[in-house]
Design a protein around this ligand. Structure first.
Ligand code: AP5
Ligand code: MG
Length: 215
């Protein structure tokens, strides 16, 4: 299954992707996670990306497209993958279609996680992520058992640099202007499905699986 996850910042794309990996055995490809790792590692890519990410702006298309092209050609992507945070605008979506065409492949589903904006601020300001295994927590909704420590692997939890109120506002505006048109883009292609992103993480996951399995 080749799946694109769509949704505003904080909709729960990463959270649901982690559960989909376990259930379907296909990798998550999060351009945000790849870029954040490059920033932490201080690579040239990370240095270029950081200034955009800190402002809540999109990193230039040619940078992310190159990353995704390389990643989806790897062996573990043969059975499919979950694209999380890519494509992010129409140009990226069109390029992805061309790349997949050249690989004689196509997307199966674009799944939109729909959510009202007022919930998102608390989800994002409260988010904490494990430095080692990237498991996500939320200090308001799903806190770790021990403060700043990952329940799963004991790793240290951190707060993302772009989870500050002003940057979040900009990310939400960028989503409205650049990413939300992709909902229509995939609807026109006949592969759009959607779920409401409210309720517990497990409730949403059940809805996601039902939609993906056509139940
Ligand atoms: P990216 O990392 O993709 O961030 P984003 O799109 O802003 O999305 P988030 O990761 O913030 O939200 P999410 O939907 O994954 O929510 P999560 O599951 O974590 O991108 C970051 C930056 O990188 C961009 O701004 C851009 O600069 C750059 N970038 C990335 N891709 C790019 C591209 N293709 N092109 C150009 N630039 C690109 O959940 C959020 C919180 O809510 C967590 O704390 C979680 O525990 C909690 N939560 C989740 N579900 C629930 C629930 N049901 N109930 C209660 N709490 C919940
Ligand atoms: Mg995410």
């Amino acid at each position: 299954m080749r799946l694109v996850l769509l949704g505003a910042p904080g909709a729960g794309k990463g959270t649901q992707a982690k559960k989909l990996i376990e259930k379907y055995g296909i990798p998550q490809i999060s351009t945000g996670d790849i870029l954040r790792k490059a920033v932490t590692d201080g690579t040239p890519l990370g240095k270029e990306a950081k200034s955009y990410m800190d402002k809540g702006e999109l990193v230039p298309d040619n940078v992310v497209i190159g990353l995704v092209k390389e990643r989806i050609s790897q062996d573990d992507c043969k059975k499919g993958y979950i694209l999380d945070g890519f494509p992010r605008n129409t140009a990226q979506a069109e390029t992805l279609d061309k790349v997949l065409d050249s690989m004689r492949a196509s997307l199966d589903v674009a799944l939109s996680v729909d959510i009202d904006k007022d919930i998102l601020m608390k989800r994002l300001t409260g988010r904490r992520t494990c430095k080692s295994c990237q498991q996500m927590y939320n200090i308001y909704f799903s806190p770790p058992k021990k403060e700043r420590v990952c329940d799963k692997c004991g790793g240290e939890l951190f707060q993302r640099d772009d989870d500050k109120e002003d940057t979040i506002k900009r990310r939400l505006d960028v989503y409205d202007a650049s990413t939300s048109p992709l909902i229509d883009y995939y609807r026109k292609k006949g592969i759009l499905k959607s779920v409401k992103g409210v309720g517990s993480i497990d409730e949403i996951f059940n809805k996601v699986c039902s939609v993906l399995e056509g139940k």
